[in-house]
Design a protein around this ligand. Structure first.
Ligand SMILES: O=C(O)[C@H](O)[C@H](O)COP(=O)(O)O
Ligand SMILES: [Mg+2]
Length: 303
């Protein structure tokens, strides 16, 4: 097993590690911040890398925000960032649906189980959608709903795909609509299937856990377009003209961020321990996913 290099407190090794790369793909939740709490040193590290001429791309599986929403978040946190430097799972899903899947009208609508980030990115690609943040679905299911879902009168006949994401307003009515569309042959898609969401320095149910009831009912997994999907890596490579060997993925989660970088053939992966995965997971013998290097927190890259 290749031993990952522990870089915390080793300035010469940190600088040597950074010098290998021209581009850094940064995960967000658990690496830059926990919710709205920016980890110490984050702004300084990003500034150090930019001052060394490094290119930064923010690659998040959090589908609740669009690229524009993330630009606002970076602005609020005082971190320089251009909207086009953000590449989230909602955007990844939207461009896949519009440019590769290309659902044939009239059944080209998407039923969304998720927040406005998905809606905004679908709209940016001209993909029609229903569900999502619609107030009509933010209520308890009523007895008459069962009949209107079963006979299809409550459903939109033009829905050709169901797209699951992190939904902070999930309920039985929305889950029933999603399942009904799948039973009628809709494609089963997801922005991402992370089991947990790192926030407030703790863990909460992630997109994969929110959508799990539909997976259980339907009996099959969705096609996901967030990390570690290589459809996302290919889209990022195309948009940013990456030299994969001169690109490093920085993440907090082994089975999304680090796996994404390794399977993408990137020059390196850097794990930080302020999010989901713990060092014992990748230091133990036989770990299936091992980063090239790791630090305790992103601020350690200041050396
Ligand atoms: O459940 C989710 O959607 C994810 O945990 C979360 O949003 C991950 O975001 P990332 O760490 O990729 O920025
Ligand atoms: Mg993360």
């Amino acid at each position: 097993m290749l031993e990952p290099r522990y870089l915390t407190g080793k300035k010469a090794e940190i600088d040597q590690f950074i010098d290998q790369f021209d581009t850094f793909l940064f995960d967000c939740d658990g690496v830059l911040w926990s919710g709205d709490h920016l980890f110490p040193g984050t702004a300084e590290v990003l500034d150090k890398l930019r001052s060394q001429g490094k290119r930064l791309v923010f690659v998040t599986n959090n589908s609740t925000k669009s690229r524009a929403d993330y630009k606002k978040k970076f602005d609020k946190l005082g971190i320089p960032c251009k909207e086009e430097e953000v590449f989230g799972s909602s955007y990844s899903a939207a461009i896949y649906i519009s440019r590769i899947l290309r659902l044939a009208p009239p059944k080209n609508k998407v039923f969304v189980l998720g927040e406005s980030g998905i809606e905004h990115e679908l709209a940016s690609e001209g993909v029609p959608f229903v569900g999502g943040t619609s107030p009509s679905l933010r209520r308890d299911i009523e007895p008459e709903d069962f009949g209107s879902i079963a006979d299809g009168s409550a459903l939109d006949p033009d829905v050709g795909a169901v797209l699951l994401g992190l939904d902070f307003h999930v309920n039985y009515l929305k889950l029933s609509h999603a399942f009904a569309y799948l039973q009628r042959g809709a494609r089963f898609l997801a922005t991402n299937v992370d089991s947990t969401l790192p926030a407030a320095h703790s863990l909460f149910p992630g997109a994969g856990s929110v959508g799990a009831p539909v997976v259980k009912a339907y009996g099959a997994e969705p096609v996901a377009f967030g990390k570690p999907s290589q459809a996302m890596m290919d889209a990022i490579e195309g948009k940013f003209q990456l030299d994969r060997k001169r690109t490093c993925m920085v993440g907090d989660r082994l089975n999304t961020d680090i796996q994404f970088g390794i399977e993408g053939g990137l020059g390196g992966t850097l794990m930080v321990l302020t999010g989901v995965s713990k060092k014992d997971e990748f230091l133990s013998e036989g770990s299936p996913v091992v980063p090239s290097a790791w630090v305790d927190k992103l601020g350690d890259l200041l050396g």
